[in-house]
Design a protein around this ligand. Structure first.
Ligand code: SAH
Length: 392
């Protein structure tokens, strides 16, 4: 057996690795000719300039995040047994948190499986691989998933835009079973999701607790759910006894799923295809108000260079939404962009609310549900921010 390739950090580099983060950036690495020619995704041992072993990782010479650590031991074998052990640990945590098998099973670095996200929907799983390293380990991973969960359907959602940065192609296919529409059980509601064609992995489990929080405020209230996708917040509010619920989204397939869920649960909600900014302007100009407004948009800051434009968009969304909140109503503003820090997001929201000439009390600040563990040394993995305000 040939020895595993070694990737060495430059002198004085590896600050984050030494602090316990699972990443090293390309500028921290001694790019020797033999290093540069390693195939993207090669499993390597990572060492400091003094030979200090940082562990086993995978390497991509073409990626900004050149090393992602799989294990703190060198020469760890990322085989089926390795994945089975990580998956069992991930599953045990979720089983402690939830009674039913509907959750994010693997949250990448947060579950010590960089480049991998798995969502579980009963007998079906969506697997999202975002790096060349994890793509190269797909076979033992899928075999381990089969051994641990024996899912009926395993859908590979290899279609995130970030795959291009890793030199990967884009595809969606059923590794096992079939691609289709499934039910999602959450907060005592049966939602529907499309695992092949829906957005991301098909369902946004990250907002589970925030949906429940808003639902608790909703009895007897009118609710506007902007960017409602398949009806997550809207139907939770309807189930809790909201008087009137309107969901807005630009995606017709998402609205169709929301409508189907409303029918299946015997709930009343109106779902409208609209551009949210245009519709909020229109409703504001018509002096319409709602007791509760929720705005959970797609990421406005997709990369760091979009920070200023995205921050401005969050501010505008806050202003347009705050204008629609009735007296003594509530407003939820969310961001799923890891490229905007929580304090910056909060200050843009505050500014937007102020520009709508509203007084606000911030009553709740939340992140993603606990099936989205954050790696303690990787603040980027805490991407979701949700702020709930009471408006006077
Ligand atoms: N709140 C949802 C998740 C929202 S994801 C939940 O709880 O599940 C973001 C949604 O914004 C997607 O459904 C997408 O279709 C929608 N979207 C993106 N741009 C939009 C726009 N300009 N107007 C309306 N909806 C938009």
């Amino acid at each position: 057996m040939t020895a595993r390739p070694i990737v060495r950090l430059k002198a004085k580099e590896g600050r984050r690795l030494r602090a316990g983060a699972p990443w090293a950036f390309s500028n921290e690495i001694a790019m020797l000719p033999a290093t540069k020619t390693l195939k993207p995704g090669t499993v390597v041992n990572v060492v400091g300039v003094d030979g200090h072993p940082f562990g086993t990782g995978y390497f991509n010479p073409n990626s900004l995040i050149a090393i992602r650590l799989l294990d703190t031991h060198p020469d760890a074998a990322p085989d089926q047994a390795f994945f089975a052990e990580r998956l069992l640990r991930a599953k045990a945590l979720r089983e402690t948190l939830y009674d039913r098998p509907f959750y994010r099973l693997v949250h990448a670095e947060g579950d010590h499986l960089p480049g991998l996200t798995i969502d579980r929907f009963g007998d079906a799983c969506t697997v999202q691989i975002t790096t060349a390293g994890m793509e190269g380990l797909r076979e033992p991973l899928v075999a381990a998933l089969d051994a641990v969960l024996a899912p009926r359907d395993v859908i590979l959602r290899a279609d995130t835009p970030s795959r291009a940065l890793e030199g990967l192609d884009s595809y969606v296919r059923a590794e096992k079973g079939a691609i289709g529409r499934i039910a999602v059980e959450e907060n005592d509601i049966r939602y529907f999701a499309d695992l092949g064609h829906g957005q991301k992995t098909g369902w946004y489990y990250d907002q589970r607790d925030n949906r429940a929080f808003m639902a608790a405020l909703a009895p007897g209230k009118s609710v506007l759910d902007a960017y409602c996708y398949a009806g997550g917040f809207a139907l939770a509010a309807a189930k809790a006894g909201a008087r009137e619920v309107i969901g807005l989204d630009s995606s017709q397939p998402a609205l169709a799923l929301a409508e189907e869920s409303a029918r299946a649960n015997g709930l009343h909600a109106k779902f409208v295809k609209a551009d949210v900014f245009e519709e909020l302007e229109r409703l504001g100009n018509a002096r319409e108000t709602f007791d509760i407004v929720i705005a959970d948009p797609p990421p406005f800051v997709k990369s760091r260079k979009d920070l200023e434009a995205g921050a401005k968009a969050y501010r505008k969304l806050a202003r347009l939404s705050a204008r629609l909140v009735a007296k003594n109503g509530f407003l939820t503003l969310a961001s799923c962009s890891h490229n905007i820090a929580p304090d910056r997001f909060a200050s843009e929201c505050a500014l937007g609310i102020q520009r709508a000439e509203r007084q606000a009390r911030l009553i709740h600040q939340a992140g993603a549900a606990p099936d989205h563990p954050v790696h303690p040394m990787l603040p980027e993995s805490a991407y979701l921010k949700a702020l709930v305000y009471a408006l006077d």
